[in-house]
Design a protein around this ligand. Structure first.
Ligand SMILES: Nc1ncnc2c1ncn2[C@@H]1O[C@H](COP(=O)(O)OP(=O)(O)OP(=O)(O)O)[C@@H](O)[C@H]1O
Ligand SMILES: Nc1ccn([C@H]2C[C@H](O)[C@@H](COP(=O)(O)O)O2)c(=O)n1
Length: 244
């Protein structure tokens, strides 16, 4: 049996602040499961685009919300996501999905469906889990053992995103101003929707990653998780430690 109590960690924040990279690395370091909730919203959006649902029509999206089966893997070393059995991990990162996902994820029927899946996955992760998204600390898992809210300046986030898009000769393919504009437009949509908007939970620890390397952010969050885990230790863990 593990000596570290199972912890539930919620990592939220706007796009490009490093939620996925940090969450995967922290989960892998500490032997926790990992859930990318943005990938779930992207997968249902991809399914709708492929199945003739007009993603700008909230009624059509609501009517289709219960139809696809969305299955997420929880291994931080090989994150997986499928929609109706089809591997969605590549196609969910296309521009077409990115442009439509904020509208789809604002529909209450979609949120209810995906939030249910997220809570089930977290409850089944017996060894603990890192769940990243926009509303994990506020709505999905309000009793999480640790809530972290990552931020970074729009300039830093756009530069990080641009760094991901390279041509074969290594030059950047998209213009920085356009990337920053797209990021801030998505933040605005995600923060202003009525149901479960992007928001820092009152009891979340805010980490500004603008001037930090990814390794520094991971180190910082690992320390926070270890403190939260130590705070959860009870008599059973004390007895186990004493016996060692
Ligand atoms: N502290 C950092 N310093 C520099 N680059 C970083 C840092 N954190 C993450 N990155 C890089 O920034 C890019 C975006 O990171 P990541 O995908 O983890 O962000 P995110 O918050 O999950 O974004 P989204 O919500 O859009 O999925 C990646 O290329 C990642 O390697
Ligand atoms: N908990 C979440 C996670 C994601 N979303 C929506 C809003 C995002 O723009 C979109 C894609 O997320 P990303 O992959 O960029 O992290 O999904 C949400 O509403 N709630």
């Amino acid at each position: 049996m593990s000596a570290t109590p199972a912890v539930i960690v919620a990592i939220d924040g706007p796009s490009g602040t490093g939620k996925s990279s940090t969450s995967k690395a922290v989960a892998a370091r500490l032997g926790l499961s990992y859930l990318d909730t943005g990938a779930q919203y992207r997968a249902i959006t991809w399914w709708m685009l492929n199945n003739g649902v007009d993603t700008a029509d909230a009624d059509a999206v609501a009517a289709a919300a219960g139809k696809p089966s969305i299955v997420s893997g929880t291994d931080p070393l090989s994150p997986a996501i499928s929609a109706d059995g089809a591997d969605a991990s590549g196609p969910i990162r296309t521009q077409e999905v990115t442009a439509a996902v904020s509208a789809v994820s604002a529909v209450p029927e979609v949120r209810e469906r995906i939030t249910g899946l997220q809570r089930t996955i977290a409850a089944e992760a017996r060894g603990g889990i890192v769940v990243e998204g926009r509303d994990i600390g506020t709505t999905v898992l309000p009793d999480a053992d640790l809530k972290v809210f990552l931020t970074a300046s729009p300039e830093a986030r756009a530069a990080r995103r641009n760094g991901e898009l390279k041509t074969a000769d290594g030059t950047s393919v998209s213009d920085l101003a356009a990337t920053q504009q797209a990021l801030t437009a998505r933040d605005r949509a995600d923060s202003s929707r009525k149901t479960s908007p992007l928001k820092k939970a009152d009891d979340a620890v805010e980490v500004d990653t603008t001037e930090l390397t990814l390794e520094q952010v991971v180190e910082c969050v690992v320390t926070l998780v270890e403190k939260a885990a130590a705070g959860k230790e009870g008599p059973a863990q004390d007895r186990e430690k004493a016996a060692r």
